[in-house]
Design a protein around this ligand. Structure first.
Ligand code: ZN
Length: 260
């Protein structure tokens, strides 16, 4: 049986003044039955450090992309292409729009998002989308850049409600559930986790952020995706094994990899 953390950050394992060691994080993941993970890039300057850490790990995949809150770091299309050609790269991400903080220009976020969508189309790579408090604009940029709807991908840590989720699913995208599903007040995320079609569901940690119950406030790590998968199984009234099997199969088809 496989269990995949579809979205984690292993480049920088510091959180709340603590720093975890990568070897401990990998050992804990193995112990928890987490067989594979996707290490997600958030900007180009940190890519070499991140990639260097995971390059030789057989069970870790990676992405390349500029997070909407990191658009002030240098944008270099040549570098993006060079990084995207590395052997571990299975996706473009995380990219998108984040309107939670006002200091980042919305217009500029949309431009960088659009350029990366065009690159994903050209390079034929699936997307990891970060959309926070920006469902309409994320959708508009996606439709404008990809009118033929060729792009596939996942809306990670999704929180825009079931009505919008229907549109996302109709467009062929997957939706990923994070540790928020375990939070006391996150009834909306539990409803979403119960609603999602089994063949479009992924689970993630977004570690080192968003540690699930009972680890809230502590550094998150891929091992804890087991808690996420169990919480999703509970709200769907199914078994942990079924969630592991379905999310692993979905991960393989979306990112075109073979888990071994
Ligand atoms: Zn992330």
């Amino acid at each position: 049986m496989f269990l995949v953390d579809s979205h984690c950050h292993l480049g920088d394992l510091s959180f709340g003044g603590k720093e975890l060691a990568l070897k401990d994080v990998l050992a804990s993941a193995a112990q928890a039955g987490v067989t594979h993970m996707l290490c997600v890039c958030t900007d180009l300057p940190s890519f070499p450090g991140m990639y260097g850490k995971i390059e030789d790990l057989g069970n870790v995949f990676a992405s390349v992309g500029v997070h909407p809150l990191n658009i002030d770091t240098e944008w270099d299309e040549g570098l993006f292409r060079e990084y995207a050609a590395r052997k571990k790269i299975v996706a473009v991400g995380e990219i998108g729009l984040d309107y939670h903080y006002e200091e980042h220009s919305r217009r500029q976020q949309q431009e960088i998002f659009a350029r990366q969508l065009e690159l994903a189309l050209e390079l034929d790579l699936p997307l990891i989308i970060h959309s926070r408090e920006a469902p309409e604009d994320t959708w508009a940029v996606l439709e404008e850049c990809d009118p033929a709807r060729r792009l596939r991908g996942v809306f990670h840590c999704y929180a825009d409600g079931i009505d919008h989720a229907r549109k996302v699913l109709d467009r062929g995208f997957h939706i990923s559930v994070s540790g928020i599903v375990t939070f006391g007040r996150a009834e909306n995320i539990r409803e979403l986790a119960a609603f999602l079609p089994l063949d479009r569901l992924l689970v993630e940690t977004d570690s080192p952020y968003l540690a699930p119950v009972p680890f809230r406030g502590k550094p998150n790590q891929p091992a804890y995706v087991e808690k996420v998968a169990r919480a999703v199984a509970a709200v769907r009234n199914t078994t942990f094994e079924e969630i592991c099997d379905a999310t692993s199969a979905n991960f393989q088809s979306l990112f075109r990899v073979t888990l071994a």
